[in-house]
Ligand binder design. Structure first.
Ligand code: SF4
Length: 628
């Protein structure tokens, strides 16, 4: 009996997944139904829970259809038609990035699913929207989340090796929410509640919407909107694609960004200026909503993605790093929005009241951990500069590593907290530019075993294409790290992430990197092979062979060369022997094959060597038998 009561209580703490759960919470009809490709994990790092809780906090009733079976109508009927709209998302990840490897092989595991069992379709946003629209043609469909956000313009799709239309042209959806969507969904729900229609939403920042081609032809002279090369042009001509990317990239600013228009064969996609970042008090509020930080009790096996973040806290959003292979500029933007220390302390204190908290805060961070509280006086009134990147060389950028030290000290002094880790990556160039003892502090208290950094490469031509700090800065950081470790008295190692196959990277660059790893004992455990994910500068380079910001040609490794580069990153793996050999011979470095200390691989592959030794032993045994 006690267990049943406990179960009921647990269910009431979650957003409802069924009409029965809704009835227990006194909900007869939903205002909004969210449909997601992820399992429902009630945690602020899971987008469906975050948006659901924000809407609930504003007084709307919200139900969730998690991982519906898209091959029939049944799951989509579970909660009935909502009064205001359906919100559709593929979940925390793009469904194609989530389902396939860089070599286009299907993954066996989906970390956002109970037991890791894949339960979402490819192109989940389109598939769900089609099913809902067919069943409830009169209810508005709003798509959002990372998949919709990063496919809002015509975009190169690596899995089909072609340029696809905007997802809004492919999906039968009314509106697309891009970026972090709290402001937009609340505004849409509030306006629909007051009787507005979908066309009344066209001025909401952070939305993309559709317009008929004839309307645009009549309007385009009046509007101060930026028209980028159309779908037909970008699908046929790489130069137009690169130009379109550079143009819409510059407009992703909530203060100075213009409305961007891209004509498609049957519709026109209009992207409004991004939504304004949330203020500190707003961020504090939404991260302190009553999340249970658990997967819904109806799931038996655990959801793997929750395990590593259950007791993590988000300290800020945004990243001004601008790494070419990262789409964050197009999603969260460059402007840093930080939470207050008081709010973060309250959140961690709330962990200590739970039975399942073992005293370990798994992460305090955001896209880049050490950008917490970084600021620039321009951001609020003028937006981020369009003609230069925010970096440590800009005198206006104010870092705040000393305040991060204060935050970390406060968190680890909370009774019941044994350890506070920094699991998010840190920008090593920010550490080098700041005089505070940040590195020593985190080495002493907030890292166990390995400190992860992401130089990604060590040749300047490649790091320039990646828009990452160069070799010298990584070397400076390595030296500082060595000093900090010796002062801390702990045994710590640097775990650098390197990437192969990025545009601009040649086999020669990878051989140089392999020798660098050999010389500095930095052999990586995991291999990062570049994957052209939607709407990044690197993907534009991969598809067009051009740097979109300079229009200069870029070398693009593909197919066999990409495999050779990947193998060079893991040159000690016996399975890579032949590819590594091919690589070092291609750049005329036979000196790297053999027995000397500097050699990356032996003369012969180890298994063949082992087989040869075995056959020699067999022959000797045979001749001995013959003798006796
Ligand atoms: S002044 Fe510097 S830090 Fe501020 S927005 Fe411009 S480039 Fe970024």
């Amino acid at each position: 009996m006690e267990r049943v009561r406990q179960h009921r209580f647990d269910l009431q703490a979650f957003l409802p997944l069924s009409r029965g759960e809704a009835a227990e919470q006194g909900i007869e009809e939903f205002d909004i139904v969210l449909v997601s490709g992820d399992a429902y994990v009630d945690h602020p790092l899971f987008c469906t829970a975050l948006i659901g809780r924000v809407l609930q906090d504003r007084g709307f009733s919200v139900g969730i259809i998690a991982q519906p079976d898209w091959r029939s109508n049944d799951d989509f009927m579970k909660l009935g038609a909502p009064r205001l709209f359906f919100g559709v998302t593929s979940g925390n990840a793009d469904s194609m990035v989530n389902a396939y490897t860089a070599r286009r092989m299907r993954r066996r595991k989906d970390v956002y699913s109970p037991g890791g069992i894949p339960l979402r379709p490819d192109r989940a946003t389109i598939v769900y929207a089609e099913r809902i629209h067919a069943m409830y043609p009169e209810i508005p469909v709003v798509i959002g989340g990372i998949e919709a956000s990063l496919r809002r313009f015509a975009q190169y799709d690596y899995w089909e090796d072609r340029v696809r239309q905007s997802i809004l042209a492919d999906a039968p959806a009314d509106l697309l929410v891009f970026g972090m969507g709290e402001r937009q969904v609340v505004e849409i729900a509030s306006r629909l509640e007051k009787g507005a229609d979908i066309p009344d939403m066209q001025d909401i920042p952070g939305l993309a919407w559709k317009m008929s081609i004839s309307t645009w032809r009549n309007l385009h002279r009046e509007k101060d909107w930026l028209e980028i090369p159309d779908y037909r042009a970008v699908a046929a001509d790489p130069k137009s694609y690169a130009r379109a990317f550079a143009l819409h990239y510059q407009e992703q600013d909530p203060v100075r960004g213009r409305t961007v228009v891209q004509v498609h064969p049957k519709t026109v996609i209009v992207q409004n200026r991004p939504a304004k970042p949330l203020f500190t008090a707003e961020l504090d509020h939404i991260y302190e909503l009553p999340y249970t930080r658990n997967a819904h009790p109806s799931y038996r096996p655990p959801v793997p993605a929750l395990e590593s973040v259950q007791f993590s806290v988000v300290s800020h959003r945004g990243c001004f790093g601008g790494c070419s292979f990262c789409s964050l500029t197009h999603h969260q933007g460059r402007i840093i929005q930080s939470r207050s220390m008081e709010s973060l302390v309250r959140e961690v204190k709330s962990f200590t009241r739970r039975d399942d908290f073992k005293g370990v805060v798994q992460d305090v961070g955001g896209p880049t951990a050490n950008m917490y509280l970084a600021t620039c006086p321009r951001w609020e009134t003028g937006g981020a500069c369009h003609d230069r990147a925010c970096s440590v060389s800009c005198p206006s950028l104010e870092l705040s590593l000393q305040n991060q030290i204060t935050l970390l000290r406060r968190l680890r002094s909370i009774p019941g907290v044994k350890q506070v880790f920094i699991g998010s990556g840190i920008r090593h160039d920010l550490v080098c530019a700041d005089p505070s003892p940040y590195l020593e502090e985190i080495c002493r208290h907030h890292v166990s075993g390995h400190l992860k950094v992401a130089p990604e490469h060590v040749t300047d031509a490649v790091t320039a294409c990646m828009n990452k700090p160069g070799y010298k800065i990584f070397e400076e950081f390595r030296n500082r790290f060595a000093d900090a470790v010796s002062r801390s008295g702990k045994k710590l190692y640097l775990l650098p992430y390197f990437m192969s196959g990025h545009p601009g990277c040649t086999i020669e660059d990878m051989v140089f990197l392999a020798e660098y790893m050999r010389d500095h004992h930095l052999y990586p455990e995991q291999v990062q092979d570049f994957t052209p994910t939607p709407m990044t500068a690197s993907t534009t380079m991969y598809y067009t062979g051009l740097n979109p910001f300079t229009m200069e040609p870029v070398h693009v490794p593909k197919e066999r060369e990409k495999r050779v580069q990947r193998a060079l990153l893991h040159f000690r793996d016996r399975r890579n022997y032949h590819l590594v050999r091919e690589g070092v011979l291609a750049v005329n470095r036979p000196d790297l094959i053999g027995r000397e200390w500097k050699c990356l691989i032996p003369e012969r592959p180890e298994r063949e060597k082992a087989e040869t030794e075995k056959s020699v032993r067999n022959k000797e045994a045979e001749s001995l038998r013959e003798k006796f």
